[in-house]
Design a protein around this ligand. Sequence first.
Ligand SMILES: [Fe+2]
Length: 357
Amino acid sequence: MLQSLCLCVIRRNPTHEMVSSLTPIYKEVGTLIAHKLALKMRYSSISLYIIFAINTSIIMDINSSPYSLSNDTAYQHWREKKLLNFTSNINHLFVDIDNEIAPKASETNKLLALVNKYNMGLYRFKKPDSKPANNKHKVPQFAHFFGLNKLDNNLCADDDKLTSITVCKHEGQHQYIPYSDKRLSWHTDGYYNTPEQQINGFILHCERPALAGGESLVFDHELAYILLRDENPDYIRAFMQSDAMTIPANILNGKEIRAAQTGPVFSLHPTGALHMRYSARTRNIEWQQDSATLEAVEFLQQLWKNGSPYILRYTLQAHEGLICNNILHCRTGFEDSDDPQNKRLLYRGRYFDRIHA
Ligand SMILES: [Fe+2]
């Protein structure tokens, strides 16, 4: 019960300050419950100890988090390791998969190790099916091996909750850039989702690339955190405000199909991992109007404009894909085939889960 309470608090109070201020209260509540339970469960002291230890470890994790602005030692240690691990060689991120619905442990372990280091990994299916529908069916089966199970049934998703990203003008999709051949600006997925339905992981699988262009640019959001914090820790404080960014309601033909969503840019997942909610769009985003937030927004805009050695670029080829903890990404514009059978086609699965073994 206490664990649920703690998780609830972490989800609903994304700033370190708020979590830190609540920690003593929850420690006291935890102690109180532990004493009461101990009286009632004289013969269950071992299980009680385990429950209490788990709950305490959650609290301890927050206090020792590198994302805590009051813990510079933990931050510097984590930062050094993170920057040392960075690779700009895209080939280092690739894992070949022999059988996508029954991958070898060596293959999944390699991909998981990449995600642990870089929040992303790239894969290549070695024996794809000749029918696109069969390949699509295997994408969520493959994702399942990485702990990705709970799919977000977003507005443009197909019946199987995967989204076919291709140039189209279906009703409800015509106004969205992802379903055009235009450039798509930097974002994390589902930034307009409710706080309870944040996207923590996604898989992007290429069935057919474009004739030209359609390159993906990716940027580990933990590196974005480092650049922002090194520039000015107030940027982190601003981006962790619970009302840092508001996405106005989505109105289609006079009908509200999604309510406005307000939330932080950076928050902590219950595991203690960093989550980012962001869009570089300049229209239809309402930023908190304080100087630190606006400067942090401009800092990222300059980063996209001027580039960074930490930005990786790659054009997914047929039967290749990206699996990640909802990192920052964007897409260049592209030239598509006139033949409907040869149009650029990618399958995307957005998950509420983070990637885990
Ligand atoms: Fe996206």
